[in-house]
Design a protein around this ligand. Sequence first.
Ligand SMILES: *[C@@H]1O[C@H](CO)[C@@H](O)[C@H](O)[C@H]1NC(C)=O
Ligand SMILES: *[C@@H]1O[C@H](CO)[C@@H](O)[C@H](O)[C@H]1NC(C)=O
Ligand SMILES: *[C@@H]1O[C@H](CO)[C@@H](O)[C@H](O)[C@H]1NC(C)=O
Ligand SMILES: *[C@@H]1O[C@H](CO)[C@@H](O)[C@H](O)[C@H]1NC(C)=O
Ligand SMILES: *[C@@H]1O[C@H](CO)[C@@H](O)[C@H](O)[C@H]1NC(C)=O
Ligand SMILES: *[C@@H]1O[C@H](CO)[C@@H](O)[C@H](O)[C@H]1NC(C)=O
Ligand SMILES: *[C@@H]1O[C@H](CO)[C@@H](O)[C@H](O)[C@H]1NC(C)=O
Ligand SMILES: CC(=O)N[C@H]1CO[C@H](CO)[C@@H](O)[C@@H]1O
Length: 486
Amino acid sequence: MGAKAGPPELQVLGTLAVLWLGGVTLIYLLWQGPCPPTRGQLHPEEGPARPQDCGSGPASEPLGGEAQQQQPDACRLVLVESSPQDMPFASGSPSAQPLAQAWLQLLDAAQESVHIASYYWSLTGSDIGVQDPSSQPGEALLQKLQQTLDRNVSLAVATSHPTLARNSTDLKMLAARGAQVRYVPMGHLTRGVLHSKFWVVDGRHVYLGSANMDWRSLTQVKELGAVISNCSRLARDLEKTFQTYWVLGAPKAVLPKHWPHNFSSHINHFQPLRAHFDGVPTTAYFSASPPQLCPHGRTRDLDALLMVMREARQFIYASVMDYFPTTRFSHPARYWPVLDNALREVAFDRHVQVRLLVSCGLNTDPRMRPYLQSLQAFSNPAANISVDVKVFIVPVGNHSNIPFSRVNHSKFMVTEKAAYIGTSNWSEDYFSSTSGVGLVVSQRPPGAGPGVSTVQQQLRQLFERDWSSRYAVGLDRQAQDCTWKG
Ligand SMILES: *[C@@H]1O[C@H](CO)[C@@H](O)[C@H](O)[C@H]1NC(C)=O
Ligand SMILES: *[C@@H]1O[C@H](CO)[C@@H](O)[C@H](O)[C@H]1NC(C)=O
Ligand SMILES: *[C@@H]1O[C@H](CO)[C@@H](O)[C@H](O)[C@H]1NC(C)=O
Ligand SMILES: *[C@@H]1O[C@H](CO)[C@@H](O)[C@H](O)[C@H]1NC(C)=O
Ligand SMILES: *[C@@H]1O[C@H](CO)[C@@H](O)[C@H](O)[C@H]1NC(C)=O
Ligand SMILES: *[C@@H]1O[C@H](CO)[C@@H](O)[C@H](O)[C@H]1NC(C)=O
Ligand SMILES: *[C@@H]1O[C@H](CO)[C@@H](O)[C@H](O)[C@H]1NC(C)=O
Ligand SMILES: CC(=O)N[C@H]1CO[C@H](CO)[C@@H](O)[C@@H]1O
């Protein structure tokens, strides 16, 4: 398998995509004409407010109609994160914007619509019978969502069915205030779950990252994501993925054999959005999984990851919760070395420095360990093969009262060329049956802009902070049960 050209299936994909893009470019040119400036009207009974179709082509108007139509895109990207309480980093460490703050700001900015995809909802401590002050930011977020509905901003939620958080009343309460909620039966449709986590606000702003709508994601779990604001072209593209869930959440929905043309994406690996983000030349696109939820033109999440890996020439730093070169949920399990091979390949063929940071918590499956050891064993400095694996252990401290928390839930990868922010664990199911999304973004350093750092540089700094912190430990030193020894 030539690392340069990629495996045959990617080459075929590439050829198809090139042919297909020719057609798309033509269509694109045809529908570039101005849209009638009709105001995006809300038809709650028909579906969530969405960008109105413009003619019969895939062009759509930003939500908000006239007012926002005149507001040109001025895309901005901000990395956001949350760090578990009582897990300080060395002073002076870099950090991203706090997730709780970013979410509240997005809701404040909302004028027309908020569309949220989340695996599950659990914003109050009482959902899981926990009384702890750290649930307050989640409860405040729920209140802010209610206030947003009271301002007549529409709220549409797509979530997984059956739900993980059976006791949560969040969605019932929001529905009573006018939110529209659809439960997507992914188990029935693709034998997976709806695992995506993103927001689209007013067809202009997006959030995407590892955090579910869970209060623990704000104070007890390590999460990473990005907010892209004032970027209707990207927001409207991600909205198409939201619409795939929306359609599949309708009663008696079936997986379409071919998605209608208006679900097709024109922003992908082969033709990313090109824009200046805060003056910095940027390319960006969204990927999605599983393949059945990738209409024409949508880059598959697995391909996005592989392409980012194969384009690296200096380093690949990845932070994931789970790393299994197997299936996780199929019986019997199957070996699935696709990502594992890709890492070894770039480390061997191109001497790219690979670092993998994997979470370890009380609920971590110990069967992951041999795969990590195997990858670590591939390292051979004498042959210029550099592969290092560490586990990240969030100290439980005095937070042992909170179940399923105190873990690193972030899923991202950074190379010298690109940043990838995703929602999937690294095992086959997340790419073949479970729905997820990824964001691939790459910035070119502007000429002489001191103080301006690209998103890759920022994400690399966050990775290096985690990697060199006392919470990241080599496999040799790791306690078997992943509990953190000060
Ligand atoms: C739901 O609530 C019941 C009763 O309070 C409790 O016994 C159960 O453990 C809760 N379930 C979850 C998943 O938190
Ligand atoms: C929201 O809409 C309702 C019904 O159209 C209206 O009565 C109410 O004044 C609106 N509220 C706000 C804050 O705009
Ligand atoms: C979008 O841009 C406008 C104009 O520069 C700015 O006032 C607003 O805060 C931006 N919105 C967000 C969510 O960043
Ligand atoms: C495509 O058009 C159909 C029919 O008008 C609509 O139901 C669907 O939501 C549209 N999809 C998108 C992504 O806009
Ligand atoms: C090792 O790999 C690096 C990165 O590609 C390269 O710069 C260096 O020349 C290599 N050294 C040897 C001894 O091959
Ligand atoms: C938990 O531990 C932290 C320090 O690790 C301390 O600051 C905090 O007060 C403790 N909280 C409780 C409720 O004991
Ligand atoms: C990732 O894997 C863990 C362990 O298998 C699982 O509990 C978790 O739900 C998965 N997905 C998430 C939340 O990222
Ligand atoms: C808040 C959150 O997403 N928690 C996740 C943490 O990890 C466990 C598995 O260890 C998941 O089950 C939780 O959903």
